[in-house]
Design a protein around this ligand. Structure first.
Ligand SMILES: *Cc1c(COP(=O)(O)O)cnc(C)c1O
Length: 451
């Protein structure tokens, strides 16, 4: 590659090329098979001796990569809980790619301010205590890790075991969690040195919600992990009642609300499902699933700012930095200013737009559940938010065949799942771009794939 007198003009041209190719990709995505083609063998090449011009690299990337993407950005993708990307957030991502800011006051003052403002908006939208401190992480897994470490350190410090001593010789902590807690929380617990073999799992009801009368005795060495947004049913645990029990015992209540925390910003009925949310000690929410910000973006929130900083502060000891920045609130040191995309997403929606988006997801999920039932499927739960689990009651083994046929049709994409011992599939209504006609096509595809 030759360098001209202003190298950034070369970058600008490549940037435009990438953006134009991305724009053309989006223009064709609604008409394409959701599943995408097999990955072309041409991608598996040795690194050449001679480099290529940026434009050539981008053309090759587009040619070899675009057709084999899964169309998660499009409205007919209903797998896992993925979400798309709101236009403002997607455009912000593109602009941020050119800015290339590192989230810190010295390397990205304006984007850092956007992150601060976005966190304040989120705290306000969720009705959390005003002192709540937070951080943007790469996802909910890292946000859970951040807060479980904070919970661990705080409970140990309260028992006279300071942070600087780590886990060596530390008193024992207890973990109490919903039996249907997300698999990644178990990983976060292991990464936090708390293990995942000794969890006291609390049985759930037929909606996947923790049963209060099954809660073991709690004490000041207990971390209780509840969830708002069960991945199969969308249901929320009884947070208010759990918080009261935790407070009385001196236990820490952590809420994994990866995609469901936003329910609190829905209409009053939806918000009521997470009544008492503000009484928990820490919360996790996504930006990349329900909020439809591009990947990777999660949010960690803690009602005890000093404790979060004491656990995450950079430095030789555990004392909070005098001038804490984002790197003193989360595991990462250098990172992109991803929170600016959440700022853009929220600004484009406004309060009303966010509520409307959440209610549309809920309406779409209710419609899908009703139509599935009419087609002879069974939806064995209430539709709490945006998730629908269904099975073919005459013969549950048929559910996987339905999934395979729909995926192969290219009309829609969702995955097989099992829940409470039943084999079925799960449909997530979490993409801002899903239209009524996308759901018509989903239902038509399921109808022709029916056993
Ligand atoms: C997706 C999810 C996670 C993990 O979040 P990532 O952003 O993928 O790291 C944790 N908990 C729940 C309930 C989830 O849905």
């Amino acid at each position: 590659m030759t360098i001209s007198s202003d190298p950034l003009l070369i970058q600008s041209a490549a940037y435009t090329e990438g953006a134009q190719r991305g724009a053309r990709y989006l223009q064709g995505l609604s008409a394409r098979s959701v599943q995408g083609e097999p990955v072309p063998p041409g991608l598996d090449q040795e690194l050449p001796r001679q480099g290529m011009e940026p434009q050539q690299v981008l053309a090759l990337m587009d040619q070899l990569g675009a057709g084999s993407t899964v169309a998660t950005a499009a409205g007919r993708y209903f797998g896992y809980v993925i979400g798309g990307a709101l236009p403002a957030a997607s455009g912000a991502r593109a602009m941020l790619a050119a800015w290339d800011q590192v989230a810190d006051v010295l390397t990205g003052p304006s984007v850092l301010k956007m992150e601060e403002v976005a966190l304040r908006w989120v705290v306000d939208l969720l009705g959390l205590p005003s002192q709540t401190a937070g951080a943007f992480t790469s996802g909910a897994t890292m946000a859970n890790l951040t807060l479980l470490i904070t919970a661990r350190d705080t409970l140990l410090a309260r028992q006279g075991h300071p942070r600087g001593r780590g886990l060596i010789g530390a008193p024992r902590l207890r973990i109490v969690a919903s039996a249907e807690i997300h698999a990644t929380v178990l990983k976060s617990l292991r990464m936090a040195g708390l293990g995942s073999d000794d969890i006291c799992f609390v049985p759930v009801n037929d909606q996947g919600q923790m049963q209060l009368d099954q809660l073991p005795p709690l004490d000041a060495s207990t971390i209780v992990i509840a969830q708002v947004g069960n991945v199969c049913t969308g249901a929320a645990d009884p947070i208010g009642a759990l918080a009261a029990r935790c407070q009385a015992a001196g236990a820490w209540l952590h809420v994994d609300g990866a995609f469901g925390l936003w329910m609190r910003a829905g209409n009053s009925d939806m918000a009521a499902a997470c009544a008492g949310l503000e009484q928990a000690d820490s919360w996790v929410g996504d930006a990349h699933k329900t909020l439809n910000v591009p990947y990777d973006s999660g949010i960690a929130l803690c009602r005890h700012p000093a404790e979060l900083r004491a656990s995450m502060a950079i430095g030789a000891d555990y004392l909070p930095a005098t001038n804490p920045g984002p790197a003193d609130h989360a595991p990462e040191f250098s990172r992109s200013a991803r929170g600016a995309e959440t700022w853009a997403a929220l600004l484009s929606l406004g309060r009303d737009g966010l509520r409307d988006l959440l209610m549309r997801m809920h309406r779409n999920a209710r419609r899908v559940a009703t139509e599935l039932t009419a087609l002879g499927f069974e939806v064995p739960h209430d539709v709490h938010f945006n998730q629908v689990f269904a099975t073919w009651p005459q013969d549950e083994t048929q559910a996987a065949a339905v999934v395979a046929r729909v995926q192969a049709s290219g009309e829609a994409w969702f995955g097989a799942a099992s829940w409470q011992g039943r084999a079925g599939f799960r449909i997530s209504l979490s993409n801002w771009a899903t239209t009524d006609s996308d759901i018509d096509r989903l239902i038509a595809a399921i109808k022709s794939a029916r056993p």
